[in-house]
Write a protein that binds this ligand. Structure first.
Ligand SMILES: O=P(O)(O)OC[C@H]1O[C@H](OP(=O)(O)OP(=O)(O)O)[C@H](O)[C@@H]1O
Ligand SMILES: O=c1cc[nH]c(=O)[nH]1
Ligand SMILES: [Mg+2]
Length: 211
């Protein structure tokens, strides 16, 4: 697994406001959207392009265009939905699939309640969106779903990750797939409720005003 931590003052600035418990839902949603756009720039560095000739008003030149098949963007509901618009702004031609996973509050195991993915993901680059990578259980389950359908190139875009969860994902994927995790920051640890510390609390609740 490759890890890319965005090292950018704008990312750090926006993340600090996001963490602030006084930040309200509308501001939280806007900041998540802005952060994802910045992270998407890093996450899409490996998209495949091919030479493409274009006629400008002045001359003809060779540029590039993205190759097919189209990438697949998958927000992990609920919280990942807050990242979808920011990601598709950079990848407007991407297809969108959906995974619904909720972590059991006592066991911390991820329970799947929705799976709307294309049947065949062979050759597709899959972008998984989830703001929080805590124990890693949710992301490992999501990677398993897309891997089972043939995807071999997976990029997870997260806002915060815990070191414990990154180790779990790394152990789980091994060399099976080309997995990259792009994050705004790696935090200190998990607490006894498996929340990221210092973190930002429950991302889904903060996005959707459940407080
Ligand atoms: O790494 P893990 O320990 O698996 O935890 C991370 C998951 O927990 C949160 O979702 P949650 O279960 O709260 O669902 P929600 O998005 O509906 O709030 C978060 O959005 C991740 O999906
Ligand atoms: O800190 C955490 C951990 C899991 N899910 C969240 O929303 N926040
Ligand atoms: Mg939640």
């Amino acid at each position: 697994m490759r890890l890319h931590v965005a090292d950018h003052p704008l990312v750090a600035h926006k993340l600090t406001i996001l963490r602030d418990e006084r930040t309200d839902s509308p501001t939280f949603r806007r900041l998540v959207d802005e952060l994802v756009t910045l992270l998407a720039y890093e996450a899409t560095r490996d998209v495949q392009v091919e030479p493409h000739e274009v006629r400008t008003p002045v001359t003809t030149t060779t540029g590039v265009r993205m190759t097919s098949p189209r990438p697949l963007v998958v927000p992990i509901l609920r919280a990942g939905l807050g990242m979808l618009d920011g990601m598709t702004r950079l990848l407007p031609t991407a297809e969108v699939g959906f995974l619904g996973l909720q972590r059991d509050e006592k066991t911390f195991q991820a329970v799947t309640y929705a799976n709307r993915l294309p049947e065949d993901l062979t050759g597709r680059h899959v972008f998984l969106l989830d703001p929080m990578l805590a124990t890693g259980g949710t992301l490992v389950a999501a990677i398993d779903y897309v891997f089972a359908r043939g995807a071999r190139e997976v990029t997870a875009v997260c806002l915060l990750a815990a070191p414990e969860g990154l180790r779990v994902v790394d152990d789980a994927v091994g060399d099976r797939v080309d997995v990259q995790v792009v994050v705004a920051a790696v935090d200190e640890r998990l607490n006894e409720k498996a929340y990221i510390v210092p973190g930002l609390g429950d991302a889904g609740d903060r996005l959707y005003g459940v407080v």
